[in-house]
Design a protein around this ligand. Sequence first.
Ligand SMILES: Nc1ncnc2c1ncn2[C@@H]1O[C@H](COP(=O)(O)OP(=O)(O)OP(=O)(O)O)[C@@H](O)[C@H]1O
Length: 474
Amino acid sequence: MKIDKSPFDSNLLVGLDQSELLLSKIKKWGACLEESNVWVPNTIFVFAKVKGFDVEKLKRFLRSNELQEHKRSCEFELSIILIVDNSLPEAWSLLELGISDVIYFKEVNEFVNYCKDLKFQNSFIKNILSSQLVKSNLIGCSTCWMEFLKEIITASISGKGNIFLYGETGTGKELLARFIHTIDKVRSKNNLVILDCTTIIPELSGSELFGHEKGAFTNASYHRDGAFSLADGGSLFMDEIGELPVQLQSEFLRVLQEKQFKKVGGNFYKSSDFRLISATNRNLIQMIKNGSFRSDLYFRISDHSFKVPALRERREDIPGLARYFLSKALDAPLDETPHFDKGVMEFLMHRDYPGNIRELKQLVFRIAKNHHHHHLVTPGEVPLAERAKIPKTIRFEKEGHLYEIMKKNLLSGVNLTEIKRQTMREAIKAALDINNQNKHLAARSLGITVRAIQKFLQKENESNEEDSKEEGKD
Ligand SMILES: Nc1ncnc2c1ncn2[C@@H]1O[C@H](COP(=O)(O)OP(=O)(O)OP(=O)(O)O)[C@@H](O)[C@H]1O
């Protein structure tokens, strides 16, 4: 088996006996990543026969400096999957050492087919991610969003199982439901039926869900197909599924289980085969606990369950999203859309968005209304009512960052007086830096007097001098 060439493009299959050669290759790949023509695998399959399997050798390989160094620097993504021909008791301990998975194959052919599927799946996912469909509709390039999309695509293209999306309001659940339907090769040929569960009234909505026969009730002068019928062969998106009235939950569960239902006033069962995509911003687990949502229905609807990230978890995507919405608001092509001035972008980046992407969209649309044909969107164009929302509390890149710093300091014996002094010093330094060392402007942004700054700096200098005298004595 050769090491340079892979039969499966991005994957590499090597025998465990080649691990030393592999280590030197890993080093080489790490060193020449800049060269675009160098082939680098993203998954390495290590092949071993269970009989005579040398666990120690594999452990040595996993603990080797080259591999550890590679993992630390994370220059390229690499997962190592162990392929064995039978069940292996050490599998769990190998996972702890960094193997991504252990897969059993009785025959080589089985493995070859697996790789072909994987290759097909990987290239399919890559194609979708770089497609116009994603680039022009599902904006975002943060790692968090890309990983999330990959998982969504994997579940969608499998064609099997119902998909459940949960997350805060305005995170893009409906947009994702449409996307899931579109990339589902089989179902996209048929309808996507959208049902908003907040509008369902148990006594009146039977016909909307199940349809009705002519004459089923007083005003039923013609027969009507309901959502379950219309979605046959396609997808049914039930938005806000947490709002589905309890009375209808058991009937709906039966439809999902048996793929059959009766129209209102009908005598025969009609079959319907659809993929259910449902979404909610409510906590269904809590609703199950308090009896307002059936747990058996929950398990039926969530073969694949995804938490859609909130905008605050993917702040890096704000610039891209904001420019995208601006292009929509101004009805201009993206490359001709004005950029945001640095100050406006800072404002957009640091603001809170309880309504997530919807709120950002609405804000950008309001800014666009004030925009006057200039190549930059300027701070004066941000509506007055919005400016007040600039947060006055300290912001840290990572939540809990300040807490961690405090904990570390307190554990090493630093008390509150010292913490206050150091915080004050850093704040004054920062205020002077951003105001070109102008003490008056620095004092204004700190909300203290110039005298207070001078006093503090003087005190600092004195204590520094004392410290250096002490050091001199030592
Ligand atoms: N990644 C994205 N790229 C571009 N637009 C997006 C993205 N995500 C959401 N949007 C836009 O944000 C708005 C809100 O999205 P959507 O209605 O899908 O959210 P939701 O999670 O279903 O909200 P709710 O829970 O309130 O029903 C829509 O106008 C949608 O087009």
